[in-house]
Design a protein around this ligand. Structure first.
Ligand code: ADP
Ligand code: MG
Length: 136
């Protein structure tokens, strides 16, 4: 049974500023994820705080919001079979040091905070995150 899903991907400031967008997009395409919509933007700290509010109780929340709003990013809707889990697999573990070979974070991540990409972690959050950036 085919289960075509959509998920939100973000090319974070560390990857955007190193001009890795095209290389990262090529990895999505190679893995049969199509890019339905994409846009470049520079969000405010308040917008980052809203986007990451599930992490508001974490010790790294303030740093995380400063970081996501520190420079331009590219946000994308990815679509494909099992896109949510597939994108998480392609991204690799949150900490690039623990990410498997060939994953985006292993290839390009600098540190646990500057880990190059975001990807929705569930169908529910994919819906919320896509509408955050695209349905306003
Ligand atoms: P993921 O992005 O893999 O879904 P989380 O949802 O757990 O990871 O965390 C969101 C983001 O917060 C991570 O991508 C990373 O940028 C940052 N982060 C997570 N854990 C830490 C930490 N221990 N120290 C600093 N930043 C962190
Ligand atoms: Mg997450």
């Amino acid at each position: 049974m085919s289960d075509v899903e959509q998920t939100l991907s973000i090319i974070k400031p560390d990857a955007y500023e190193r001009n890795l967008s095209d290389k990262i997009k090529a990895i999505f395409l190679k893995n049969n994820l199509s890019i339905l919509n994409s846009k470049k933007l520079h969000i405010s700290k308040d917008e980052a705080a809203e986007f990451y509010k599930v992490h508001q109780s974490k010790p790294f929340y303030d740093q995380l919001c400063n970081y996501l709003s520190s420079g331009p990013i590219e946000v994308m809707i990815l679509e494909g079979e099992n896109a949510i889990l597939k994108n998480r697999e392609i991204m690799g573990a949150t900490d690039p040091k623990k990410a498997k070979d060939g994953t985006i974070r292993k290839l390009y991540g600098i540190s646990i905070d500057k880990n190059s990409v975001h990807g929705s972690d569930s169908a529910e959050n994919a819906k919320i995150e896509i509408s955050f950036f695209f349905n306003k």
